[in-house]
Write a protein that binds this ligand. Structure first.
Ligand code: SF4
Length: 193
């Protein structure tokens, strides 16, 4: 079971295979692993204690950041994610980044944005599309056609609590300039990955 793996000089953390999207371009459809990982498919979800132990086996001073990413949406395990960030922050870890589809509040059913304050330094949010219809087509979210509105709402709220928030799209899957305009209206930069 691969819980931690390296990409560049970041230590990446794989805590779940669950996701509220089913994106047509999802990297999980292309192979079983990324970076130094063997397979990122989890036979079972590791406990929060197992994840913390796996992280602490690494020399954290060697990494520029800790990135919750993996083969699933980290905020599917919001309580565990926040608990892990709390433990890590108490031990003076490198900056913590969460790569997310921005569905945390849709999944939880309440405004989760304030919970990330002081725990997450960077949030990279997949914008994926310039509008609701396109998002629905590309990502097939379990929350249906209101998802894009929920995503934009989360972005606006979490900006107030996380120091660095950046949006991203997958190159070649959508209109980059239209997405850049949406990002600009939110006061954020757009990364094409
Ligand atoms: S949100 Fe990410 S993990 Fe989920 S289906 Fe889309 S690309 Fe894959």
């Amino acid at each position: 079971m691969t819980i931690t793996y390296c990409v560049g000089d970041g230590l990446y953390i794989n805590i779940t295979n669950r996701c509220s999207n089913d994106c047509s371009f999802c990297i999980r459809k292309l192979g079983d692993s990324v970076g130094s990982a063997d397979s990122l498919w989890l036979g079972r979800e590791p406990s929060r204690e197992e994840i913390l132990s796996a992280i602490q086996k690494n020399n954290l001073t060697e990494y520029s950041e800790i990135v919750f990413c993996g083969y699933g949406e980290p905020t599917e395990r919001l309580d565990d994610l926040l608990w892990l960030c709390t433990q890590l922050k108490e031990s003076h870890c490198p900056p913590i980044r969460v790569n997310t589809n921005g569905h945390a509040s849709l999944i939880a059913g309440y405004d989760t944005a304030p919970l990330f304050a002081g725990l997450v330094d960077i949030m990279s949010i997949s914008l994926n599309a310039a509008g609701a219809d396109e998002y629905d087509q590309l990502c097939k979210p379990v929350f249906g056609e209101t998802t894009y509105h929920g995503l934009l709402d989360f972005i606006k709220r979490v900006k107030k609590h996380v120091p660095v928030v950046a949006l991203s799209i997958v190159g070649g899957t959508t209109d980059t300039e239209a997405c850049r305009k949406v990002a600009g209206e939110l006061g954020l930069s757009l990364r094409v990955r």
